[in-house]
Design a protein around this ligand. Structure first.
Ligand code: SF4
Length: 267
């Protein structure tokens, strides 16, 4: 049994014990920063390489809300009509894409990971250094921590989770995605969601949350705690796992959001 499986099982046992003790309010809030980081590091394969993504994710999560007004569901982007209808054709189109400047600096296009027949689709921000090196989303320490947390509620990218990002190519230096890059790349994501048609969506981080809710100026904190709708699919918004590694105080809210997600799946 490898270290990652050990770590997942350790956290699962921890949570099960809390639940058996009726300590539903404790859960992951009971993990110290060291415990959470130790589990994440034990689960990690390559680490993030100090590329700055964690710090940037934290800063994005902490942004101020400038508009709390409810927004309509995002309208389909007209550029979507240019994309193929089938999943494999869509994937091939993305792998060859040169729609935006990010094509120049990427290694591979990072299209997705997980089961295209998933119950849950997780949407993140953009590839980082590890993702650019492997061609898979969420493979650094933050991704391993995400896997670990999802496993505690019976979700796994091997079985019932599909993961993709707003951007399919790594921004240089892991800077924030630019609006025109999101506009160029988002049609791939919208079509992916249409094809996977999950029972629920989990947007992690501000960029995914704002894109899928259509509330582009709202702080993440204002978007959490409620079930949105993306073209009729229930959508839960939460923190990026990189932010959790940086600020363990957000693990508890993340856990609350996972509970909201599981209630949707159980309904
Ligand atoms: S980020 Fe998206 S739109 Fe830009 S080149 Fe990559 S796949 Fe194409």
């Amino acid at each position: 049994m490898n270290r990652r499986v050990d770590a997942v099982q350790a956290l699962a046992r921890f949570l099960s014990q809390r639940a058996e003790l009726s300590e539903a309010d404790l859960y992951l809030a009971g993990l110290s920063r060291e415990e959470a980081l130790e589990l994440a590091c034990a689960a990690a394969r390559p680490v993030d390489g100090g590329d700055g993504r964690q710090q940037r994710a934290v800063a994005a999560e902490a942004g101020a809300d400038v508009s709390a007004a409810p927004a309509p569901e995002p309208a389909p982007n007209p550029r979507e009509v240019l994309l193929p209808e089938g999943y494999e054709e869509l994937r091939q189109a993305a792998l060859a894409c040169t729609r935006c400047r990010l094509a120049e600096g990427r290694t591979p296009v990072v299209f997705a990971d997980g089961n295209p027949d998933a119950r849950v689709m997780v949407v993140g921000e953009a590839p980082g250094a590890n993702e650019d090196a492997t061609g898979l989303p969420f493979v650094g320490a933050a991704g391993q921590f995400l896997d670990l947390l999802l496993a505690t509620v019976g979700l796994s990218r091997r079985e019932n989770v599909y993961i993709a990002n707003v951007l399919k190519c790594r921004p240089p230096g892991n800077r924030d995605p630019l609006p025109d890059e999101i506009e160029a790349c988002a049609p791939f994501l919208h079509r992916q969601i249409d094809l996977v048609r999950p029972e629920a969506l989990l947007a992690v981080g501000s960029f995914a949350a704002r894109l899928l809710t259509g509330r582009e100026k709202s702080a993440l904190g204002r978007l959490r705690g409620t079930v949105h709708s993306y073209r009729g699919i229930p959508l839960v918004v939460t923190y990026h796992p990189a932010a959790l590694l940086r600020n363990p105080k957000w693990i508890r809210p993340f856990w609350d959001d996972l509970q909201l997600l599981t209630r949707i799946l159980d309904a």
